[in-house]
Design a protein around this ligand. Structure first.
Ligand SMILES: Nc1nc2c(ncn2[C@@H]2O[C@H](COP(=O)(O)OP(=O)(O)O)[C@@H](O)[C@H]2O)c(=O)[nH]1
Ligand SMILES: [Mg+2]
Length: 348
């Protein structure tokens, strides 16, 4: 977005000039009185246009959308700062209109008033979807930092648990300069252990393989020297009740632990909810969304944590370890829910 300033003898003159030069592709953001020459007075109207191009196109059919352009970070104070001069301008235009006996001039002013009202309504009325999401963000903790020492990823098969464990361990070791150990319970799937060993070797974190879930708690006890311990689990369908029960037994008694239910953002909401119902008994206290790069609908980044009353910890945006990992924050989720994500440019 770019701000352009126009000076003229009156707001009406400035608006005419702006319309001539920018067409409909501009949003008035402020007006102020300025001195012109030694004795003259005038106004300066600032308008916002999309993009960086200095030469706005008359032909552009794209209308700037004031509400979207204003951005999520536009607070009440900002809106008020923009609105105040516009309101006073509207008042004075109305009184000029009332006093005017010249019909032609009156029509012009009427058009200006209606154009300004349109701009004000745009600023005042964000799209309904944004209003809904904002109220969810305000009313529920949709994101929360990961603070536990022992981090467990649970969830269905193939969502990216093992890949994400590797990203998290790499972040701890290289990003946060912590010591980290990885524990895997995934001896069920052919190649599960090998995949984790490859990652652990690359990261330089020790890997501990626990074949019997009943041995997990004592294994974790032995890892007290590590700042962080990451536990990878075998993926289970929410219908595999005995396996989930056994996981619950394995995790019982482990202290300073967080259980992150890992779900692909592609997953239909009823399947997300079924997974949450089933894994709830394991002690899920975070959601971790994967595969944002393959997703089209980002509303669920806000709606699902609000609906399940479980905050999001991390997001993953691709297969690359360790790059494609994002820490979830309410603002970040809101921005993604409204505008999607920018994918990392692939190296040439
Ligand atoms: N596109 C995409 N693929 C991912 C992401 N995270 C993991 N994957 C891929 O998903 C597949 C399954 O990942 P894996 O970690 O083995 O899943 P797990 O069965 O839950 O442990 C692998 O091919 C990963 O590279 C992601 O954020 N985006
Ligand atoms: Mg796995």
């Amino acid at each position: 977005m770019k701000i352009l300033k126009y000076q003229a003898g009156s707001v009406r003159e400035a608006l005419t000039q702006i319309k001539d030069e920018l067409g409909e592709n501009a949003m008035v953001v402020s007006t102020r009185d300025v001195r012109r020459g030694l004795l003259g007075k005038g106004v300066e109207v600032s308008v916002a246009i999309d993009g960086d191009d200095n030469r706005p196109s008359h032909q552009s059919s794209h209308r700037a959308s004031p509400a979207m352009g204003a951005g999520y970070s536009l607070g009440d104070a900002d809106v008020e700062r923009i609105m105040a001069p516009l309101r006073s301008e509207l008042r004075s235009l109305r009184s000029v209109l009332r006093a005017s006996s010249d019909n032609r001039q009156g029509d012009e002013i009427r058009r200006d008033v209606s154009a300004m009202r349109h701009v004000l309504e745009g600023i005042r009325t964000p799209p309904q979807q944004t209003v809904d999401l904002l109220s969810l963000v305000r009313d529920s903790p949709v994101a929360a930092a990961s603070e536990g020492r022992v981090i467990v990823l649970v969830g269905p098969t193939g969502v990216g648990k093992s890949t994400t464990i590797a990203k998290l361990a790499a972040k701890a070791v290289y990003g946060d300069h912590q010591s980290a150990a990885i524990v895997t319970l995934d001896t069920y799937r052919v190649g599960g252990e090998e995949q984790m060993r490859t990652y652990a070797n690359l990261i330089g974190a020790p890997l501990f393989v626990v074949a019997d879930p009943r041995d997990l708690a004592s294994q974790i006890d032995e890892l007290g020297e590590y700042d962080r311990v990451y536990i990878d689990t075998a993926g289970r369908s929410p219908r595999d009740i005995p396996a989930i029960r056994s996981l619950r037994g394995a995790l019982q008694g482990i202290v300073d632990m967080e259980v992150h239910l890992t779900l692909s953002l592609n997953t239909p909401t009823n399947v997300m909810d079924a997974n949450h119902r089933r894994y709830f008994e394991v002690g899920v206290n975070r959601l971790l969304f994967t595969k944002l790069d393959e997703s089209l609908d980002f509303d669920e980044l806000i709606r699902t944590p609000a609906r399940l009353e479980v905050p999001v910890s991390f997001l993953t945006t691709g297969q690359a370890v360790p790059e494609d990992l994002v820490i979830a924050t309410p603002d970040g989720l809101m921005n993604m829910a409204r505008g999607g994500i920018e994918l990392r440019a692939e190296a040439a």
